[in-house]
Design a protein around this ligand. Sequence first.
Ligand code: SF4
Length: 186
Amino acid sequence: MDTSIFSIKFSCYYNRCNSFCCRGEDGIGAPLFRKEVILWDNIYYKILEFLPEEKKRIVEFNKGITCSGDKCYTFVDKYGECIFLIRDSNGLYRCAFQRAYEEGVIDFPKPLSCRLFPLRIIEAYRNKYLKFVFYRECRLALNSDIYLVDFLKEPIKEIFSEEGFQLFMKYFDLYKNKDKNSPTSK
Ligand code: SF4
């Protein structure tokens, strides 16, 4: 288990970053989990009504995903935006999945990798670990008093088995207690 993420304090300032993480700095969309790809045909068409015409046409054509081998991602348009990123009436960016979820149209809040961000699951030497990905637009989020792991506890829970999650949280609680009692934290 890589415990380097335990020390990070982070909570999103959505109104300040305006969903920068959905605007593909690296030109790659949100990674999709296998179980999401399997369910995709039951989800994507339900949010077409939330998309502007140009994006709607693209999603009708390619379902809003792109795959390479067994890895699939949300599609990124020519402006570098996730195809499911929309603007509300105030010009603020929003996720179409999230909006449809809040309106009770779908029971899929948005892809798990989006809810996990800025953590990404990295595979190396047959192991998987959680890596913190830093975007400069996230710097305000680092001023938080909240531990990143607490902030993302619910999505983190979804990537572990029940037993694995208990173990992960046990190590995290040990870290927090040690951090609280360290001389530099006083
Ligand atoms: S699916 Fe939604 S949250 Fe995820 S990158 Fe696209 S717009 Fe952002």
